[in-house]
Design a protein around this ligand. Structure first.
Ligand code: PLP
Ligand code: COI
Length: 342
């Protein structure tokens, strides 16, 4: 096996072609055999429900090459459960956990030469995707689905890496509705975030921190990640029906609690921002990306969080612990890693 010719240390979060992807089709009420493909395209009907009515959901998880040479995937069963939730949320066929796990293992093994080396800071990002394939003109769920997994080696999501970046909030845009699809990982949520997201990028912000879409009073989450803050020594993170239940956030809450910190999942108002000693965007892609400042675009208020321009001590510790577990450098007390037998 020839290691891929990639400058691992300079990888950003982009698509790098790899050797294979895996696919499985749902037809006549059941999932078929796992297929291996080296093609980067799919053939589908021009009237497929995924194309016309957004019947599409996806996941994101990472595999790491550890200090001991083992390859570990972080909490894949949680991703399997979440894509089942997403599928239920938009009336798609559910992918059995066993099928999800078999495909995860297979796609990693097939692309072993693209798993970044230990110490590079990069990882192999796995992107499971389910799409409705049936041709429909009326709005109705498909009968046939394609579930595929592609992989691509990635570096940090925000170009600044683990340095504080500024984010913004505004009442001008929502990415989801109060009782809508925010808690599912469906493409439409991301389409709905593009206008505000691009505006934020043009203004120099790494992300938008969305407010709750009903009252615009509470913090919700960032476009591609959850949000947490450290307030009076406690880890606080929004409780909301319109955000994605993040596996990273769940892990960080556990780690914060293991460190003896108080952890609160509750409504967080904008008025509390001045009391934050730290804040971060957290997710598979974002890991925990420290927030420097939060700017309110509607009234010009600028909240400075990382006063010395560095990640705060709690975020640093959480980041080091999470990475240490995933790289096999420290114990994995909650059995989060699944080791791939290569
Ligand atoms: N929120 C949104 C909107 C996301 O796209 C993601 C990324 O998956 C997250 C939160 C973080 O979730 P996780 O930690 O499971 O990757
Ligand atoms: C992830 O963190 O895995 C995501 O899916 C976020 C983003 C790239 C959409």
């Amino acid at each position: 096996m020839k290691e891929a010719d990639i400058e691992w240390k300079n990888l950003g979060f982009g698509y790098v072609p790899t050797d294979y992807n895996v696919r499985c089709y749902y037809r006549n009420g059941k999932w078929g055999e796992i297929e291996v493909s080296s093609s980067e395209t799919i053939e589908m009907h021009i009237a497929a429900t995924s194309l016309h009515y957004g019947q599409e959901c996806f996941e994101g998880l990472k595999a790491f090459r550890g200090k001991d040479g083992n390859v570990r995937v972080f909490r894949p069963i949680e991703n399997a459960k979440r894509i089942q939730e997403s599928a239920r949320g938009i009336k798609m066929a559910e992918i059995p956990t066993e099928l999800f796990m078999q495909m995860t293992e297979k796609v990693i093994k097939l692309n072993e030469r693209f798993i970044p080396p230990y110490g590079s800071g990069a990882s192999l990002y796995i992107r499971p995707l389910e799409i409705g394939m049936t041709a429909r003109v009326g709005v109705k769920p498909a009968d046939e689905y394609c579930f595929l997994m592609l992989v691509t080696p990635v570096g940090p999501y925000f170009k600044e890496g683990f340095k504080p970046t500024n984010i913004c909030l505004t009442r001008e845009y929502d990415r989801v509705a109060p009782k809508g699809t925010g808690r599912y990982k469906v493409g439409g949520n991301y389409a709905a975030s593009l206008v505000a997201g691009e505006k934020a990028h043009e203004l120099g912000y790494s992300a938008v921190l969305y407010l709750d879409p009903k009252e615009k009073k509470y913090l919700d989450e960032c476009g591609p990640a959850n949000f947490y803050a450290i307030k009076e020594g406690k880890y606080i993170t929004p409780a909301s029906d319109s955000i994605l239940p993040s596996i990273t956030n769940d892990s960080l809450m556990q780690l914060a609690s293991d460190m003896g910190m108080g952890v609160e999942r509750r409504h967080i108002t904008i008025d509390e921002i001045p009391d934050f000693s730290e804040a971060a965007a957290c997710g598979t892609a974002a890991v925990c990306s420290p927030v420097g400042e939060i700017h309110d675009l509607d009234n010009g208020t600028k909240y400075v969080i990382a006063k010395d321009g560095k990640p705060g001590p709690v975020t640093q510790k959480l980041y080091d612990t999470l990475n240490g577990i995933r790289l096999g450098e420290i114990d994995d007390p909650h059995n989060w890693n699944v080791v791939i037998d290569l």
